[in-house]
Design a protein around this ligand. Sequence first.
Ligand code: SF4
Ligand code: SF4
Length: 430
Amino acid sequence: MDAGLDKVEGILEKEVAIVDGIDISGPWNRMFEQRVIWEYTPELIEKIASLPGAESFAWCYQCAKCVPVCPVDQVGDYGPRKLYRMAQTGVDLLNHDALWLCTTCMNCVRVCKKVVDMVKIMPAAREQAVLNGFVPEELQTAFENTAKYGNPLGQSQRKRAAWTKKSDVPVPIMKDVKRAEVLWYVGSYPSYHPRGIDASLAAARIFNALGVDFAILGREEKDDGDSQRLAGELGLFEMLAEHNLKVFEKYDWDLMVVTGPHEYNAFKKEYKERFGFDRPIQHYTQFLADRLDQLKPMLKHEIPLKVTFHDPCYLGRHHGEYDAPRALLQAIPGLELVEMGRCRENGYCCGGGGGGMWLDSFTINHTTMRLSERRVLEAVAYGADVLAVCCPFEVSRFEDAAKSTGNDQLKVLDILELLDMSMRGVGLAA
Ligand code: SF4
Ligand code: SF4
C-alpha cells in the first residue's frame, strides 16, 4: 500500500477487508468522510430573501444554469448561484462588494427554472445596503448629482436644452408650443454628454425630415431615475418620477418617444406599475421602424461598412424588442449587418445597467476586464467596422473600451447617427 495516501485528510479506509472472498483491503475500500453540511448559514440567505421583492433569492436550487449566461462571470466569478452559495457559507452580501457587480441584465432570469429574479433582488438588497451606509463612493456621487441637479452627470438643470442651440433644424420646447403629437423625452446623456448630443442632433434632423410634429421638455425634464432605483435609491427614483409625471401631465401630446431603453423601461413599466402612468410610449427605433416606408427613400447614401449591433438589455431582454433596430440598419443601403454570437435574447451586457454606468472604477477591481471591453473584443472578432448601438449609455462606454483594448479602428455609432449619415451623405467613413 502507498503509505503517502494515509495522510489525505477526510478519507477512511480499512487496512484489511475481504468481502465475499474478494480482497478490498487498503485503498480499494476507500471512502470519504461525511461532509459537515450543518455548518451552512440559512440566516444570511433569509436576510436577503426577507426583504420585500427579494423573496426569490431563497428559491435557488443550485442548478447553475445562470452562471454561464451571466456577463459578469465571463470576466470574473459571478452569477446568482454563486451569490446564493456565498450567503450560504457565511458571506453577508449586504456588506460585500459582490452586491454591486450585477448589472440587472436579466440573462440569468431568462434561464432560471425557479425564476430567481435578480432584477428584483438587487434593488431590494441594495436599498438596504444604502440605508446601512454601504455604497461605493462613485455611485454615491451619481446619486448626489441626480438629487442636486436632476441628472447623474452633475450638469446644470438650466442647461438641459443647451444642446438644441447646436441644431441646424428646429427643436421645439413644450413650454412654448403647449401641444405636439410626439413628446420626445431626450434623457440625461443625450442632453449633456458630447456623444449623446451627437445622437440627439441626428434625431432632430430625422424627425424634421419626416415632418414629425414633436417637442421636448427642455429644462423641465429630469432624469427618469430607474438606474438609480436599481442601484438602491428608491427614494430618489420616486422623487424624480413625481416631478416628471407632473410635467408630462402639463402638456398635450399623443405619443412619447424616448431615446434610451432605460427611460423606456422606467416609463413603460415602472411608472406604470407604481404610479399608474399608462400612455403610449415608443423607443426611437420602434417609432422610426414604424415609419420605414417614409424613411427608406431618404436613406440615399451608401454606408459600405460591416456593422454589428449590440442589443441593449433594457430594450431586448427586458422588453422583447430585437427587430426594430435591425430593420433600421438593414434599410441603410450598402450596409452589411453581421450578428455577433451573443445577440438578441442572449445578448451580452455593456456593463452600464443597474447602476453599472457609475461603477466602472469599482467594478474593474473585481473583474479581469470591463464588460464593455469584452463586448468590443467580440465585435472585432466578428470583423465589424462599426459597433451600432441604440442606448445612450453605450456610445461612450464602447468608445472608451475600443481605445483601452487598442481597437481604435472600431467605430461606435448610434443608429440615429448612421441613419443621419445615410440621409445626408456626411460623416461617412471611406
Ligand atoms: S439558474 Fe436559478 S435555480 Fe439554478 S443556480 Fe441559478 S439562480 Fe439557482
Ligand atoms: S442579472 Fe445579469 S449580471 Fe446580474 S446576476 Fe443575472 S446574469 Fe449576472
